[in-house]
Ligand binder design. Structure first.
Ligand SMILES: Cc1ncc(COP(=O)(O)O)c(C=O)c1O
Length: 323
């Protein structure tokens, strides 16, 4: 008798949450639970004895490094966010570079021709495609309304089938934001972020995967690019960071640097919620270091798909009072 798979599918009952059905942006990459666990995957597969990481990055990256008891060495970046490599890179060491804000793809290409064991952290550069043969990872929650999820490009897969992550218990901030706004969900957001710490490597949860399959990526990328260009047109002359806007890139945020270390607080008081990249940098660096200054004074303006040009204009109007 022919086996009928349809017979296994329940029919009826209550109606489920409806999301548009589409495709993930990176259907061919390995789907994992978090960016930090993607780094753990790379470190396990490549068996590096040491890793170089920038002072200017998130301390979540130290999690797998400490867990696997791998040596790490910090390196500095210059005013263009390029790495300062004034040391010999050891033969069996990995070198991690962050594609800052999603605007450093040209540097990524350059480094890929110079550094053998390059690891690219594209957590801030979701729309920057991975280069062939370069170990590259992405963290989805920096770009979209998901609680977790990561993509990884690496040649050699782990031999074991991974357990599947479950996201439902860290989802509350995303639902609360609909009824109470982002402020109403903020406490949950912090608790749910904590839940991402010290997990084993898992494959991406069904919930996260389902949401990531419902997104109109062209629209998101287009809006990010438009908002970024708009802010740059109006702010480039005041921005102490000097950069050219790369073509076809949809950055995470617009990085604005001034010498005013109170600017972030002023903006937050006006309900423009700008983050600090990254609080741990204050612990890792001394006061005179460039990275310490960046952590204090760099203002990452939101430019994501939620916002119109009118919203960008509103931010500029508020900023005008302070610069
Ligand atoms: C630059 C950067 N890389 C990696 C990570 C880790 O990503 P995840 O939270 O998905 O582990 C973060 C933040 O958490 C980050 O800011």
């Amino acid at each position: 008798m022919q086996k009928n798979n349809a017979a296994l599918k329940p029919i009826g009952g209550y109606l489920e949450l409806e999301l548009p059905t589409g495709n993930e942006y990176y259907p061919n990459l390995i789907q994992l639970n978090t960016g930090r666990n993607a780094l753990e995957y790379i470190l396990k597969q490549k068996r590096y004895s040491k890793i170089y990481i920038p002072y200017f990055t998130c301390d979540a990256l130290l999690e797998p490094i400490k867990k696997l008891e791998i040596k790490h060495q910090f390196y500095s970046i210059d005013e263009k966010f390029d790495p300062i490599i004034n040391f010999e890179i050891e033969q069996y060491a990995g070198f991690l570079y962050t594609n800052y804000f999603g605007i450093k793809q040209e540097k990524v290409i350059e480094l890929s021709n110079q550094i053998k064991n390059l690891i690219i952290d594209n957590s801030q550069a979701f729309f920057s495609e991975p280069l062939p043969g370069v170990d590259t990872f992405y963290s989805c929650r920096k770009f979209f309304g998901v609680s977790d999820g990561a993509y990884l490009q690496i040649k050699k897969k782990l031999p074991k089938k991974l357990p599947v992550d479950i996201s439902v218990n860290r989802f509350s901030h995303l639902i609360k934001s609909i009824e109470f706004g982002v402020e109403g969900g903020y406490q949950d957001y912090q608790t749910n972020n904590k839940d991402l710490e010290n997990n084993e490597i898992r494959s991406m949860s069904k919930l996260t995967q389902r949401i990531l399959s419902s997104i109109n990526y062209d629209e998101c990328a287009g809006k990010r690019e438009r908002n970024f260009n708009f802010l740059h047109k109006h702010l480039a002359e005041f921005n102490l960071l000097k950069f050219n806007v790369p073509k076809n890139c949809a950055p995470m945020v617009y990085p604005f640097l001034s010498n005013d270390s109170h600017l972030k607080v002023h903006l937050i008081q006006k309900k423009i919620f700008v983050a600090t990249y990254w609080p741990n940098v204050f612990k890792w660096t001394k006061k005179g270091m460039y990275e310490n200054y960046l952590a204090r004074c760099l203002v990452p303006f939101p430019i994501d798909q939620r916002y119109s040009l009118q919203d960008m204009f509103h931010m500029l109007n508020i900023l005008r009072h302070f610069v």
